[in-house]
Unconditional design. Structure first.
Lengths: 226, 413
């Protein structure tokens, strides 16, 4: 029987079509990921504007009323910011399995900028409104330059699940070329990575959860400390 | 995830998907031909047949095999059975002697263990038939095996005919898995490969050849450990086809323990690769048809698949070790990181490759079992069984490659 070239040709066409389908589906999902992140980021920026407005108002109008509103707003912001950070990492990881996408770099920059603003407002609001929030800053670099940074991030995620809004955790990617991010490590005397700063006290190196809990408990009264 | 891994993944996906789809298209298009029964015309196709059985320490099963040959639906004066005792240390010669009459059943009682190929050659030398069936001493063909296979030789281009190999009494899970492999691999696969003229093996349990072709080829290669595969290359090289008959079968015993199966597969797979290397020159010839492309394609796909499996395993273990070291930092608080958050946007492109591969396997097994008239119950087992077989195969192939790389000679037993 002569070799049926047609059947092989059909098989080749079906294989290529399947590949194109997978690729197209992936392109579609990739766009959806970007749209989803952009929407979340836009919503976060709106929330930030509201928070900034409340913060400015707290210095001008009746401090007590605006401070209560600011505190409530910041508590919500803390969760939105944390969730967005996790989604950003998740989507970036999935996308960068096969290509580097500049979109994520831009989003990371935006995200880190928001964190700097949020941290600055929180610091000011603590004095102005006597907020009882502990802040923890986490400085990291990409894993090729900082092998322990992923492990530290893992421990912080674990801690965050337990402390919720009692501790505001900020993760700063120092590989990003942002002046606001570059200033912070110098200010807090960050000498190596990973490095955490708990209420102004700098601890560089990899720490386990017990050590980390001790740092935050030394800095403030939290429910996990009792 | 790096570029090398991505390329590996895409290459294996492309090659395996193309192969599976080609296979399925041929099965669908030729479904009526797969189990076709060729009518045996006694006046034209009845020829003398010699059945050669090499036997090494087969005391236990040889009697059953010889009894099954007594039951062949074929004139007694038109076939002879030649048992070649290959220096057995048990009672093989005694069992054969009980059947041997020097005319219909002949015993060649070699005192020295010369190996299977050499024993087959001794039998071929003594054979008087126009066709020679070579079979294992622990295999029992169906009574109609000669009537079903001889009609294929009406085509002068057919040099050999293989038949479906079935597992004798598959009771344990391991045996059921091998049974499944045989249903697809030593039945449907061979049939479809015969449509491409790409049959790469004339299985030892039962295959029938033109006697003059076997003699022209000088018999089986004594140095080769997979002589039934090696001869297939030379049959193709001589310009002959190998056909496969799915409407009759031979039942055979398979290794009883995992260890024995492991030893057998190491011999098969390393032998297959060494034979491929031995005949690499043959594959460069332009008159080899699709065979010259199919063989490198098949082994290329297998080797790439093994490399991908090893690399994926390495990445998986490395990741598992990393995660464990992270958990050590959180007092092994395994539940704290767990949060059910199914997000369709978090699905990676590699998952789609994996899903299509699994779906094609399901389709492949379902269609395979359907056209070979197996039950739905078997289909459910078949899908899971094939996935289990995939891991088993990887293990066998890795061991076989290790043998070759270490330049160690595979053992028969």
């Amino acid at each position: 029987m002569a070799v049926e070239r047609k059947l092989f040709l059909y098989a080749g066409i079906i294989t290529v079509l399947l590949f194109v389908m997978i690729y197209s589906l992936n392109v579609f999902l990739s766009r959806e990921r970007e749209d989803s992140l952009s929407t979340r980021m836009d919503s976060l920026i709106d929330d930030f504007e509201e928070m900034q407005a409340l913060f400015l108002m707290s210095g001008i109008f009746d401090t007590n009323g605006t401070c209560i509103a600011l505190q409530t707003w910041m508590s919500q912001m803390d969760k939105s910011l944390w969730d967005l950070g996790i989604k950003l990492d998740q989507y970036q990881k999935v996308t960068e399995e096969y290509l580097k996408d500049p979109f994520y770099l831009e989003q990371k920059k935006k995200f880190n900028r928001r964190q700097v603003i949020y941290y600055s407002i929180l610091k000011e609001a603590k004095d102005r409104c006597s907020l009882n929030a502990t802040s923890l800053l986490f400085f990291y670099r990409k894993s090729e330059e900082c092998p322990d940074c992923d492990a530290m991030s893992f421990v912080l995620t674990d801690l965050k699940r337990e402390v919720n809004e009692e501790v505001a955790i900020f993760s700063f990617d120092t590989n990003l070329d942002l002046p606001s991010i570059q200033v912070l490590p110098v200010f807090f005397n960050v000498t190596s990575y990973p490095c955490i700063v708990v209420e102004g006290k700098t601890h560089c190196g990899l720490y386990n959860k017990n050590e980390l809990t001790k740092f935050v408990c030394d800095a403030g009264q939290l429910s996990i400390c009792s | 995830m790096d570029l090398v891994y991505t390329l590996f993944m895409v290459a294996v996906w492309f090659l395996s998907t193309f192969f599976t789809i080609s296979f399925l298209l041929h099965v669908i298009k030729h479904r009526d031909r797969l189990s076709e029964s060729r009518e045996f015309d006694f006046s034209k196709q009845a020829r003398r047949v010699s059945i050669v059985i090499p036997a090494f320490n087969e005391e236990e099963r040889l009697g059953q095999t010889l009894a099954s040959l007594e039951m062949l639906d074929y004139p007694k004066d038109l076939y002879e059975v030649i048992v070649v005792n290959d220096g057995s240390s048990d009672g093989t010669a005694r069992v054969a002697a009980q059947y041997a009459d020097g005319r219909h059943v002949i015993l060649i009682d070699n005192q020295e263990n010369k190996g299977k190929a050499a024993s087959l050659n001794d039998g071929i030398e003594r054979a008087t038939g126009e066709f020679i069936a070579c079979m294992d001493a622990d295999s029992q063909p169906r009574p109609d095996v000669l009537k079903k296979t001889l009609p294929y030789f009406s085509n002068k281009a057919v040099g050999a005919v293989t038949v479906t190999v079935k597992v004798q009494s598959a009771k344990s899970l391991l045996h059921k898995l091998v049974d499944l492999e045989y249903i697809i691999g030593l039945s449907l696969f061979l049939k479809v490969m015969s449509l491409f003229d790409c049959v790469i093996v004339t299985p030892g349990p039962f295959s029938i050849y033109r006697a003059d072709l076997l003699r022209k080829l000088g018999g089986f290669d004594r140095q080769n450990i997979v002589e039934d595969m090696e001869i297939a290359y030379r049959i193709h090289r001589e310009g002959f086809r190998i056909e496969h008959s799915m409407d009759t079968h031979v039942s055979t015993y398979i290794p009883q323990t995992f260890g024995a199966l492991y030893t057998q597969r190491k011999r098969w797979y390393s032998g297959a690769l060494l034979t491929f290397w031995q005949h690499k020159g043959t594959l460069l010839r332009h008159d080899m048809g699709l065979f010259r492309y199919f063989i490198p394609y098949q082994y290329g796909l297998i080797l790439l698949g093994v490399a991908l499996f090893l690399y994926t395993g390495f990445l998986w273990f490395r990741n598992a070790f990393t995660q464990l070291s992270y958990y050590a930092l959180t007092n092994f608080n395994f539940f704290s990181q767990f949060k059910f958050d199914f997000d369709v946007l978090g699905i990676s492109i590699f998952s789609f490759f994996g899903v299509t591969a699994i779906l094609l396997t399901v389709l492949f097994v379902s269609i395979g079992l359907k056209v070979t008239n197996h039950s739905r119950k078997k289909m459910a087992f078949g899908v899971f069984g094939y996935i289990a077989l995939y891991f088993l195969y990887q293990f066998f192939w890795i061991s076989s490659l290790g043998l070759i790389l270490l330049r160690r000679r595979p053992r028969w037993r």
